[in-house]
Ligand binder design. Structure first.
Ligand SMILES: [Zn+2]
Length: 141
């Protein structure tokens, strides 16, 4: 296979192409971050966007010196914003385990999503909230 040359027509690997790695409650934070990063460095590239230990993590490549410092500051601020927003719906939330167990999978959730998630009624699949089908009703939050 020939190596494809990069051209300006190739969409950059930026946050919108990785946004479905996390739940919809954080998408607004990520799109805002994308605009902020683009204002500092229009050709910034994202390496990964994910949820880790219940929090939002954004990794970028490229950029050096003060530019990189600016980008990292913006990312840290967005990660802090997301740390108090329910990953399912964007309501105020905090990092909790299922049923507030002392160990286990941590997610940032609001109270109503915490109930539904603890009962395994909801989950996040490809950036969307899915009902597992085991619970009696849908939950918004
Ligand atoms: Zn919620």
């Amino acid at each position: 296979m020939p190596v494809q040359e990069e051209t300006s027509d190739v969409p950059l690997l930026q946050i919108p192409r990785r946004i479905r790695a996390v739940g919809p409650g954080w998408h607004a934070v990520l799109l805002c971050l994308h605009e902020q990063l683009g204002a500092v460095c229009p050709d910034y590239r994202v390496v990964d966007v994910k949820e880790k230990f219940g929090g939002l993590r954004v990794y970028i490549e490229a950029a050096e010196g003060s530019t990189r410092g600016s980008l990292v500051s913006l990312i840290r601020a967005a990660e802090a914003d997301a740390s108090v927003l329910c990953e399912f719906g964007g309501a105020p939330g905090r990092a909790r385990s299922r049923g507030d167990a002392p160990s286990g999978w941590i997610k940032t959730v609001c109270d109503s999503c915490h109930r539904a998630w603890s009962a395994r009624e909801i989950m996040i699949v490809s950036g969307m909230v899915r009902l597992s089908g085991r619970g009696p009703s849908a939950t918004q939050g």
